[in-house]
Ligand binder design. Structure first.
Ligand code: HEC
Ligand code: HEC
Ligand code: HEC
Ligand code: HEC
Ligand code: HEC
Ligand code: HEC
Ligand code: HEC
Ligand code: HEC
Ligand code: HEC
Ligand code: HEC
Length: 308
């Protein structure tokens, strides 16, 4: 728009006046039509769409720099509405010489409404289909808190910022966890938050991803812990990895919940009253790291007490 001089702009606007009058007629016709059909926006006559090339005449910058090179250019293909698939039909806006009250502006939409527009195309996609169940949605975090179709700073996935900084902006305690001495290397760029979480919502707690098999996401990278084992250590399968590990980071080696392995084991295995009665469990030795002998703590094919 800025590129047009005052004069060129005037000529341009005069040029489209003829078109405008014609469009005005249509607009009025469809207005009456839509009054009888309360379904509103969806029922708008397709002639209300002017096409992205028309938008381009005034918004060359947006078109060239913030649309053509983004993946949303695909919305122009196969008779798609391009710009207008997000901003709604633009005839009235064009006809008003760029009347901002006649076009859907995301600045003026509520988060919920903006998100809904995005979901009109993305709502069925595997990754996004549970957005309505996500704690992001229920806490009024919308698509545009993380994405920007025109002003993305990360071209991949149109993100407003890259991970993990994007997430740290709101999740300061996660940032603190990943700063602990033992942590998954998210800060170092080896793993991303989205390897473990689907921020768009999951059927699981804490938006933690599950593998297609339904198993813990942890097995994606720690396949050796998956088994199945002849002798399973029950909590690994029932309560999950987080019953012993803190997935983000910990002050304890191996991301353990407690500083001493024995104390961890003894949270579930009372000792000595009900607990292990093995020959090595006498009072003088009970403080030796349990995993010195019970090595295969995640499950074993050879030993029912996980010796190997
Ligand atoms: C006749 C020139 C013209 C055409 C054609 C045109 N616009 Fe605009 N548009 C403007 C002007 C002028 C403004 C207001 C000044 C600005 O923000 O650049 C504007 C503003 C906008 C805004 C911002 C509204 C706001 O309040 O933030 C959007 C979104 C927009 N146009 C979308 C479109 C779309 C989509 C099309 C194609 C359907 C289109 N425009 C076609 C001139 C035009
Ligand atoms: C995928 C949906 C989508 C498409 C397609 C799209 N826009 Fe936008 N547009 C937005 C959103 C969302 C914003 C708010 C700013 C942002 O998040 O990038 C916006 C903002 C704007 C603005 C306000 C100024 C600005 O840069 O923020 C203008 C003007 C605009 N769009 C014009 C267009 C034009 C012209 C096209 C086609 C060439 C287009 N848009 C295609 C979603 C879209
Ligand atoms: C008219 C349908 C449509 C609407 C509305 C729409 N998108 Fe898209 N979006 C697409 C298409 C098509 C792609 C490209 C998908 C592909 O290549 O598989 C896409 C891709 C994306 C991507 C992936 C980019 C990448 O590089 O991986 C993001 C993020 C995205 N859209 C966000 C949004 C947001 C946010 C909104 C709402 C402001 C929105 N979309 C609205 C159709 C749409
Ligand atoms: C809390 C931040 C956040 C919110 C809210 C969010 N996204 Fe995303 N989105 C991301 C991140 C991060 C990625 C990259 C995922 C990855 O690395 O696998 C992504 C990826 C995508 C992709 C491309 C890759 C894919 O999985 O298909 C699309 C499309 C997308 N988001 C659409 C949306 C839509 C539509 C909404 C709103 C309904 C939305 N996002 C809300 C952060 C967010
Ligand atoms: C705009 C702020 C914002 C951004 C950016 C954001 N989140 Fe969130 N997130 C929230 C809010 C608010 C909640 C709900 C309250 C809570 O649990 O903290 C939430 C919840 C979550 C939850 C579920 C927590 C639970 O207890 O169920 C996860 C997981 C999550 N976010 C991960 C991410 C990841 C990963 C990113 C970056 C890709 C991200 N978030 C970016 C605000 C944000
Ligand atoms: C190695 C996998 C993994 C990575 C990487 C990861 N998370 Fe998590 N996150 C989890 C698991 C598992 C839980 C659930 C923990 C529980 O139930 O005790 C969780 C819980 C959360 C919660 C809920 C509150 C809490 O602290 O328990 C938030 C918010 C969250 N993660 C955000 C993030 C953010 C932001 C990032 C990236 C900076 C991230 N996560 C990276 C696995 C991961
Ligand atoms: C995307 C791959 C990936 C996922 C998913 C993942 N991890 Fe890891 N994990 C790693 C890598 C790589 C390391 C080791 C290297 C490092 O970062 O120093 C590691 C290290 C660990 C360690 C510490 C090992 C040591 O020797 O100190 C534990 C414990 C662990 N992961 C548990 C988990 C749990 C629990 C989950 C699920 C919540 C999980 N991991 C999910 C990649 C992953
Ligand atoms: C019953 C408690 C418990 C559960 C449940 C558990 N772990 Fe562990 N894990 C440990 C202990 C204890 C160690 C430390 C062993 C040692 O240092 O001798 C460990 C060590 C690890 C290590 C580093 C050493 C190695 O063997 O590679 C990884 C990686 C790991 N666990 C991943 C996982 C994953 C993934 C899950 C879930 C599938 C899981 N753990 C469930 C107790 C547990
Ligand atoms: C979250 C609870 C929990 C934690 C923590 C835990 N266990 Fe277990 N463990 C169980 C359960 C439940 C069984 C199933 C057998 C039973 O009923 O006692 C079991 C079984 C065992 C068995 C086999 C016993 C048998 O009778 O077959 C051994 C050995 C064992 N655990 C050792 C350990 C060690 C060593 C640790 C610490 C690294 C540990 N466990 C941590 C819950 C736990
Ligand atoms: C010096 C080696 C050693 C250490 C250290 C050790 N154990 Fe054992 N544990 C054994 C032996 C040997 C058995 C008996 C194996 C058998 O019955 O075949 C056993 C059996 C068990 C059993 C199964 C008991 C049953 O009733 O079948 C549990 C549970 C167990 N130990 C837990 C622990 C816990 C918890 C610790 C740490 C506090 C620990 N062990 C430390 C050697 C050890």
């Amino acid at each position: 728009m800025e590129k047009l001089t005052g004069r060129a702009r005037l000529i341009f606007i005069l040029n489209i006046t003829a078109v405008s009058l014609w469009l005005l007629g249509l607009a009025m016709a469809t207005d009456t039509a839509s009054q009888s059909k309360p379904s509103g926006a969806q029922a708008k006559d397709s002639s209300q769409y002017v096409g992205s090339d028309t938008c381009r005449t005034c918004h060359e910058d947006v078109y060239k720099k913030q649309f053509e090179s983004t993946t949303h250019f695909k919305t122009t293909l196969k008779d798609g509405h391009g710009c207008e698939s997000c901003h709604g039909p633009g005839a009235a806006h064009v006809e008003g010489g760029g009347d901002v009250s006649k076009i859907i502006s995301f600045k003026r939409l509520s988060r919920q409404d903006a998100t809904e527009r995005c979901l009109s195309c993305h709502g069925e996609a595997h990754e996004q289909r549970r957005f309505a169940q996500s704690s992001h949605d229920s806490n009024d975090v919308g698509c545009l808190d993380c994405h920007s179709p025109h002003h993305a700073r990360e071209s991949q996935h149109l993100l407003v910022q890259k991970q993990p900084q994007l997430c740290y902006g709101c999740h300061t305690s996660a940032q603190a966890d990943f700063g602990k001495p033992y942590h998954h290397r998210v800060e170092e760029g080896l793993i991303r938050c989205s390897d473990c979480h689907n921020v768009h919502g999951t059927a699981t707690l804490r938006q933690v991803r599950a593998l297609p098999s339904g198993d813990f996401v942890c097995y994606k990278c720690h396949a050796d812990k998956q088994g199945p084992f002849v002798y399973e250590h029950v909590p690994v399968k029932t309560e999950g990895c987080s019953s012993c590990h803190i997935p983000h980071g910990s002050t304890n080696p191996r991301l353990l919940r407690v500083s001493q392995i024995n104390l961890l084991c003894l949270q579930c295995h009372t000792f000595p009253t009900q607990g292990p009665v093995g020959p090595m469990h006498n009072q003088s030795q009970k403080y030796q790291a349990c995993t010195m002998c019970h090595v295969a703590i995640h499950g074993s094919n050879f030993s029912s007490v996980f010796f190997k």
